[in-house]
Design a protein around this ligand. Structure first.
Ligand code: URP
Ligand code: ZN
Ligand code: ZN
Length: 491
């Protein structure tokens, strides 16, 4: 017996089709105009769209960063993602300083044990010693086909140009893709102390420490290296015209370069959000910073004309008002690897968050919550406004992520033989986004009060329903690791 999604309209990146979809086991087994319902559980999808499960290729769950850890982990973050229609994500393993890539992978495999949705890993290389260089090809056997290098966060994650160039050469040799966080970290590290010394300590000055020019410059540097090495390049969280123009030039030269932006960069601005008084601007501190309405218009154009291929979230959330409770005890528990249990037993406890940067914007943990909201917000402001067709929405949020990162056609489309990751999407239903109802483990929402139209009312992960309206049906351990293929296409 299968599950028959009857009378829906499938939206794939290539087009729409009114059809029935039969799920047998974990797979879509048949798509046809009218499938005999005998012997199957029938789900009436009349008036609904059927979209492929969302794929978020840029998340940081349970990341040690900025003097604390990001709030959502592979339990809470997965539940929130699922409620928002994301059924697969790719998280960044971080190579520990002094350690190997295998050491990092071991840590992330442990973090991922409670998985409720499917997941894969990128490898963030922070220390490219000769032994680490030699380790890179072995990642492909582990299903990790993307390396991430940070051109920013000096003295934390930043690598120099020689490291980036070498990594690209070895990646190209093995059919891997290199991802970069493109900001000139040396310029930032010079601007920041000068701003602080001048008394410019509020959250809004975080944007002054990371102007768009340094994003454009670093993007251009990475694009040039891609051209020289032939290595596929994917620039993460692009925010501004300088960066988009650098990518456009590379694409015009037929370099294998691609890029993403994240939902927040289409909607938040320095003036309306980062500049909010009484430290509220800290809620919006991320790197690169949110920008201007002009840059937003550039991003919309870039996702329309194909300069950018993907919309992700860079989900990395921190309490606005954290640091409540026995911080030392928590730190000890975390080091022992048992902090979930500690927090469960201490429900009023909150680990440190954005408040770490009161009086010093450079100490505000960088990162934002968005894993739950991406699809609903992009549908509402993209599709409902006419800026994106439903097919382009699916391409940006589901299909291109799967293709670029070696998961297609298993993931990323509603196709016979593919995983039955399917959203029953009600394009008429309205929902008001709020921290009081969201499922992310954080005390604010970037889009607080936004009324969106178009929500996932049922979510299937490999043929199992994990969301039914307000009900969560997923369970820990049901999310699977997705090994990825090298030599993925350049879109
Ligand atoms: O502010 C951000 N983006 N935090 C997460 C880490 C990163 O740079 O992607
Ligand atoms: Zn980044
Ligand atoms: Zn990130």
């Amino acid at each position: 017996m299968g599950i028959l999604l009857q009378n829906g309209t499938i939206v794939n990146a290539e087009g729409q089709q009114r059809a029935d979809v039969l799920i047998e086991g974990e797979i879509v087994s048949q798509i046809a105009a009218a499938i005999d319902p005998a012997g199957h559980e029938v789900v009436d999808c009349t008036g609904k769209l059927l979209l492929p499960g969302g794929i978020d290729v840029h998340t940081h769950l349970d990341l040690a960063f900025g003097g604390t850890y990001s709030n959502d982990d592979f339990n809470t973050g997965h539940r929130a993602a699922g409620f928002g229609g994301t059924t697969t994500h790719i998280d960044f393993v971080i190579q520990p300083k002094g350690g190997s890539l295998a050491d990092g992978l071991k840590i992330w495999r442990e973090k991922a044990k409670p998985a409720q949705i499917d997941y894969a890993f990128h490898m963030a290389v922070t220390d490219l010693r000769d032994d680490v260089m030699a380790e890179i090809p072995s990642l492909v056997q582990e299903g990790i086909t993307s390396l991430k290098l940070f051109m920013a966060y000096k003295n934390v994650f930043q690598v120099d140009d020689m490291t980036l160039f070498k990594a690209m050469r070895v990646a190209a040799e093995h059919g891997m893709i290199v991802m970069v966080h493109a900001e000139n970290g040396d310029v930032e590290a010079t601007l920041t102390p000068a701003l602080l010394a001048a008394g410019q300590t509020d959250p809004v000055y975080h944007a002054s420490s990371r102007p768009p020019e340094i994003e454009g410059e670093a993007t251009n540097r990475a694009v040039v290296m891609s051209g020289l090495t032939g290595c596929s390049l994917y620039v993460v969280h692009m925010t501004c015209e300088f960066a988009v123009e650098a990518l456009r030039r590379g694409r015009a030269l037929r370099y294998p370069v691609m890029g993403e932006s994240c939902v927040q960069y289409f909607h938040l601005t320095v003036a309306d959000h980062l500049a909010q008084p009484d430290f509220h601007g800290a809620k919006f501190v991320c790197s690169p910073p949110i920008r201007s309405t002009h840059d937003q218009a550039v991003l919309w154009e870039a996702v329309r004309d194909g300069t950018l291929q993907v919309v992700s979230t860079d989900h990395c959330d921190f309490w606005f008002e954290g640091g409540v409770g026995p911080v030392q005890e928590w730190a000890a528990a975390h080091n022992g690897g048992n902090w979930h249990a500690f927090e469960a037993q201490n429900p009023t406890y909150r680990r440190p968050g954005k408040e770490l940067g009161k009086g010093n914007f450079a100490r505000i943990p960088n990162g934002l919550p968005a894993i739950e909201d991406r699809l609903m917000v992009m549908w509402h402001t993209g599709v409902n406004s006419g800026k994106l067709s439903p097919e382009r929405f699916v391409a940006l949020n589901c299909t291109n992520p799967a293709k670029i990162f070696g998961m297609y056609p298993k993931k990323g489309g509603i196709t016979v033989g593919g995983d039955a990751d399917i959203l029953v999407w009600d394009a008429a239903r309205k929902h008001t986004i709020s921290a009081s109802t969201h499922h992310m483990h954080v005390d604010y929402n970037l889009f607080e009060g936004m009324e969106v139209q178009g929500v996932p009312v049922q979510v299937y992960l490999r043929g199992t329903k994990i969301v039914d309206g307000d009900r969560w049906l997923g369970r820990n351990g049901s999310g699977q690791y997705v090994p990825r293929q090298p030599h993925a296409p350049v879109l």
